[in-house]
Design a protein around this ligand. Structure first.
Ligand code: ADE
Ligand code: ZN
Length: 310
């Protein structure tokens, strides 16, 4: 079983498609000296924000709704080609509006269209997760959540992403409570660019069932116990963590400590285009570079299956 629970659409936009659309419209990427360098991380970048700059450089080259239908279709096709059995795609409709001017509700419809048709064709189950962008601030939390709830039937879950160190999760408690009341599952980016307190906040204030990254939970034994006891799954993205410098290298990644503490772990990609990776490649690196055993990987596959947002 190959399951990706944490894959951003914005970080999955193919370099080739991005440049094709940039040339179509005379977008600045088309005339950049090294466009690939603007879109792809080739090694550790020293922080989350320079990594997000590469994730975020692509969406403005997708200014039409039909571009988002295509983006979602290609995201599913790439996952199917890698052999995935289940895929959860997340995206921020308000970020896409900021970059393109498109109405966020229409973006959700377009992404759902492209994902559904490709998923049917490939026989690959796909769940969509709507993201609130931390950077827009708590004052827009309800408005962002209400956009997602206007398309409740197209979504399986809600997340919050962006500059973790800049905006505390607790300030989004109200919008997340509204989303939970509407039946959306909850995952939260935490413990990536901020410490264990950020993970506690995600669990206590936002009702997180899964944590995006969560690697810094390893610094707090009580938190590890809590995550294990409540079966809160960490969506661990090895190469992304290396590229954002959340960890210093594969060999130093705390994933083995998380497993030893009994915390459920799912291996995920985060932003496959930005990191230049596939999920099958991440499983291979988990063994070859992060020291995980075949038994560890079997457990991770089972943990991922248990944590699907159905
Ligand atoms: N958006 C895309 N990738 C992200 C990451 N690794 N952390 C926070 N927000 C993101
Ligand atoms: Zn992410």
């Amino acid at each position: 079983m190959l399951i990706d629970l944490h894959r951003h659409l914005e970080g999955s936009l193919r370099v080739a498609t991005t440049l094709e659309l940039a040339h179509r419209d005379g977008h600045p990427l088309a005339s950049a000296a090294d466009p690939e360098d603007l879109l792809v991380a080739r090694g550790p970048l020293g922080g989350l924000l320079p990594f997000l700059a590469k994730v975020d450089a692509a969406p403005s080259a997708f200014p039409r709704l039909e571009d988002w239908v295509r983006a979602a279709r290609e995201c599913v096709e790439d996952a199917a080609a890698d052999g995935l059995d289940h895929l959860e795609i997340r995206f921020s409709p308000w970020f896409i509006r900021q970059e393109t001017g498109l109405a966020p509700e229409a973006v959700i419809d377009a992404v759902a269209d492209g994902a559904r048709s490709a998923a049917e064709k490939a026989g690959l189950p796909v769940v969509l997760i709507g993201i609130l962008l931390r950077d827009l601030g708590p004052s827009l939390g309800y408005a962002q959540a209400d956009t997602l709830l206007s398309r409740r039937d197209l979504l399986g879950g809600i997340d919050i992403a962006g500059n973790e160190a800049g905006v505390p999760a607790a300030e989004f408690a109200g919008p997340f409570a509204r989303a939970r009341d509407a039946g959306l599952h909850v995952t939260v980016h935490a413990g990536e660019a901020a410490g264990p307190q950020s993970v506690w906040d995600a669990v206590r204030h936002l009702g997180a069932e899964r944590i995006g990254h969560g690697v810094r939970a390893a610094e707090d034994p009580r938190l590890l116990e809590h995550l294990a006891e409540h079966r809160i799954t960490l969506e661990v993205c090895l190469t992304s963590n290396v590229h954002t410098s959340a960890v210093t290298g594969y060999a130093d990644h705390p994933v083995r400590r998380l497993l030893a503490a009994g915390v459920p772990v799912a291996l995920c990609t985060d932003d496959p285009r930005t990191s230049g990776i596939t999920l099958s490649g991440e499983y291979a690196d988990a063994a070859a570079r992060a020291g995980l055993t075949p038994a560890d990987l079997d457990r991770i596959r089972a943990d991922a299956q248990q944590a699907i947002f159905a």
